[in-house]
Ligand binder design. Structure first.
Ligand SMILES: *[C@@H]1O[C@H](CO)[C@@H](O)[C@H](O)[C@H]1NC(C)=O
Ligand SMILES: *[C@@H]1O[C@H](CO)[C@@H](O)[C@H](O)[C@H]1NC(C)=O
Ligand SMILES: *[C@@H]1O[C@H](CO)[C@@H](O)[C@H](O)[C@H]1NC(C)=O
Length: 203
């Protein structure tokens, strides 16, 4: 089976010039390269899987290339602290991923193969109580669309999403995969204030 897959990959590599755009290969792999310095300089570390402690590999990170997959980087080990959601692309300095500084201590990767659907239900109170609103598209201002700017619980039924502390996709980020979130601490937040959220569409 493995040989067949490798053989198919080989065939496609011969046929498809821009292999990175090829869905099959992207499904198979996630890849990120961390660089110590800005503009992809200094020592680098390539990673293709979840890593609960990056400290043995580097102590600072100032630029990143995401070759494939969706990556969630964490400021602290064991997937805690500030979260940064990165999709395919080049990030020559940490401001590009809205980082607070050059500290990244753990990372997780997620693959997603389909183009949708996306669905998220937000609630005004914990445990799926109070006013509820369902979204299948990006929301740049929670306050404008929801009676409150606080989200206390959340049911993500389809797709991956990022919640942001401030409107227009700014501030602290929270990665959301399908699941039930009974309280804001379930998505790693320290308060319910949420400014905006959007779908993760590039993989
Ligand atoms: C991560 O969590 C594991 C299990 O709870 C623990 O043993 C380990 O010390 C933690 N690692 C760090 C770097 O905090
Ligand atoms: C990174 O920034 C955060 C937020 O300002 C801060 O809590 C943390 O201590 C900083 N880490 C380092 C190593 O500067
Ligand atoms: C969350 O969504 C799933 C899938 O649609 C559904 O089965 C579940 O009952 C929902 N949970 C709540 C609390 O509404």
């Amino acid at each position: 089976m493995c040989f067949i897959v490798l053989f198919l990959v080989h065939i496609h590599q011969c046929v498809v010039n821009d292999v990175s755009n090829f869905f099959f290969l992207r499904f198979l792999s996630s890849q990120i390269i961390f660089y110590e310095d800005r503009n992809f300089q200094g020592r680098s570390y390539e990673c293709d899987t979840d890593c609960p402690d990056m400290h043995p590999h580097f102590s600072r990170c100032n630029s990143i290339k995401v070759e494939s997959g969706c990556w969630v980087l964490y400021e602290k080990p064991n997937f805690t602290g500030y979260q940064y959601v990165l999709t395919r692309g080049e990030y020559p300095d940490y401001q590009r991923w809205m980082g607070y500084n050059d500290t990244i201590r753990s990372c997780r990767t997620f693959s997603y193969t389909s183009e949708g659907p996306y669905r998220i239900c937000i609630y005004e109170r914990p445990n799926f109580q109070g006013q509820m609103m369902e979204f299948s598209d990006d929301c740049e201002s929670v306050q404008e669309h929801f009676r409150s700017r606080e989200i206390y619980s959340c049911n993500v039924t389809d797709g991956y999403w990022t919640l942001y502390e401030h409107p227009n996709y700014r501030g602290r980020q929270y990665f959301m995969r399908p699941g039930e979130y009974r309280k804001f601490s379930d998505w790693g937040a320290t308060c319910a204030a949420t400014g905006s959220f959007r779908r993760i569409t590039e993989f």
